[in-house]
Design a protein. Sequence first.
Length: 421
Amino acid sequence: MISTFANPHHPFRAIFDAISTTLLMMSIAIMAGCAKQEAAAPAPRPALAYKIKVGAGSETEIYPGEIRARIEADHAFRVGGKIAQRLVDAGAIVKKGQPLARLDPQDVRLAADSARAQVAAQKTEAEFAGAELKRFKDLFAKGFVSQSALDQKINVANAASARLDAQRAQANVSINQAGYATLLAETDGVVTQVMGEAGQVVAAGQAVMKIANPKDKELVITIPESKLADFKTASKSDLAGLKVALWSQPGKYYAAKIREIAGSADQVTRTYLAKLALQSPDEGVQLGMTAYAVFGSSNDADTLTVPLSALYVKVSSAGNTTGVWQIAADGKVTLKSVTVLQYRETSAFIKPDASNAANTIKAGDLIVAAGVHKLREGEIVKPITDSVVTGDGKVAYAPSSTTPAPPSMEPVEPSTTVATK
């Protein structure tokens, strides 16, 4: 058929030429479209960006502890017995001299009555000895008794008088013990703990209640041996950069001063107990609350603060390299190696790596704040900024082609990074 259409005078030759031309043009158009589609550059991927803050970071150390009263005393009965009544509960605010609990008074009352009776008996004996001495003095004056007999009566009278004084003192003790059956508050304060209940038999001196004075509050913490010298130096200065914050009120700080540091370490924990006096606590600070001390110092001027999620750890056979992805004006990302000074809860203090002159990361630069393990050198991104970005508390790891990747490729906690350094 084709050879037939080759005849220029064939009647269908014009139709055949028109169809061939149309198919050729369609093929050219399709090929041009494919070439254009292949030549089009991919759209930049969006990336959450973070603008590095201006100014130096503040390196801080956090020491958890508990809010306690400076004056806190156990209250106990001075005599033993059975608790008959408890008059206050834990948390009650009491005044000095207020009754807290009472013992069964039967035994101490009987002891007081017995002491009074013994005083009366001894008083009678002393009076009789005094009367005998008076008679013997009269007889001695008349010459009816000797000096030896008079001296004997004098000794008997003096001994009886001394026994009376001793018995009176013993009776006062017994009477006082009857009054000790009622436990009184020694100072104004709040009952922080109750350790005795009605019906319980307690010994003399056994703690029944604990009362704390809420006026002077302090934070009790433990410090390691390596920081003992720093705290002792700070205790001599009023400008130690020491603050206290409550876990229930994050961001609100109270001025504090080191009041006391233990002279020896705990035998179990090998830490030193320290007490920090709060300068101006308000009603938000209650006894028993968990709090922490912030002991800070300023870093150098070139210290930068970045979210933890912006850190990128590149693993290679030469060693791990920590860096951040810097976003250029055209959206191209470049890895800048940094030195991590301190890991915090959601951020980190870093410095540019001084060993590499190409690391020009500085305050005000844009860096990628999330998804850093998915980026590659020279990739173009579309930065999206968010003023509330503080990091997600993770550090991303990226494997190299020569090093096996971690099994899950999930972000690793900052504490793991510190341990492997």
